[in-house]
Design a protein around this ligand. Sequence first.
Ligand code: ATR
Length: 302
Amino acid sequence: MSSVNTTTLHTDPSLFSGLDVYAVAGNPISHSKSPVIHQRFAEQANQRMHYGRLQPEVDSFAQAAHSFFAAGGRGMNVTVPFKLDAQNFADVLTLRAQLAGAVNTLWKTEGKIFGDNTDGAGLVRDLLAQGVALHSACILLVGAGGAARGVIGPLLEQSPKSLIIANRSSSKADELVMLFAGLAASREVALESHTLADLEDPAKTQYPFDLVINATAAGLTDESPLTSNAVSNIFVPSSFAYDMVYGKTTAFMQQALQRGARVSDGLGMLVEQAADAFLLWRGAQLAKVIDPRAVLAELCIN
Ligand code: ATR
């Protein structure tokens, strides 16, 4: 491990002999709740493991990941801004990671690095756990960056009636519609792209929506991607508004609350995507003994 800058490597597997070592890599990473989530899963499933943090420099993900796995690291979660780097780093990608265009979970088996993306499955499970019906639903996905792309496949697999992807700039939303057209057709889902400006026009698409998901980065700067005109078209009291950002009531969530809609932040998605990663690493049979909803409830109290 001598080649690694120890100021950015918080988890060196060689320091934890006898334990299987995992880590979450991101920059910044000190705020991450993943270590506490995985520690709780490990306790629930009686697994001897250590889960720490890595903060590679923004241009040094591959070097840090290589050092981590070379030192005996078993698996890694990957967050902003490294999900594309992680996809490039993996030797083998699952189908859903290929479709998502990003990797949030890595592990090493028989000398090869595998990459998967559990974000979309995590979102779907959190929505279902919150009682949101996805089958036959009219869904609006706001945003067309990496976060949006990662969840489109799993949402389509739930066979909603329609999925509208709306983005500030139209080209990225158009590209996503082209990319997922085959899957949408096979599930008989009406998949369309729109600009955010379109959402202000009551004639542009079918309103209101059962479910509106904010996958833009706007919440990070306390902005909402939706204008007040768009908000009055989009939400009714039976709508559910989901922001992938967690830890605060975002401007997007406030707009939905003002229209009487139910809202959620993305903490449940974080816990559920972590559960899938944990099961990939430690064995699917442990699904019977881990309890993501209990871990989520504990996080909400603390
Ligand atoms: P990520 O990987 O987190 O999705 P990204 O690929 O940079 O990040 O995408 C960010 C998304 O948030 C994009 O859909 C972006 O819209 P553009 O494609 O038009 O840039 C969207 N976004 C960021 N800030 C926004 C804002 N203030 N209002 C509306 N959309 C915003």
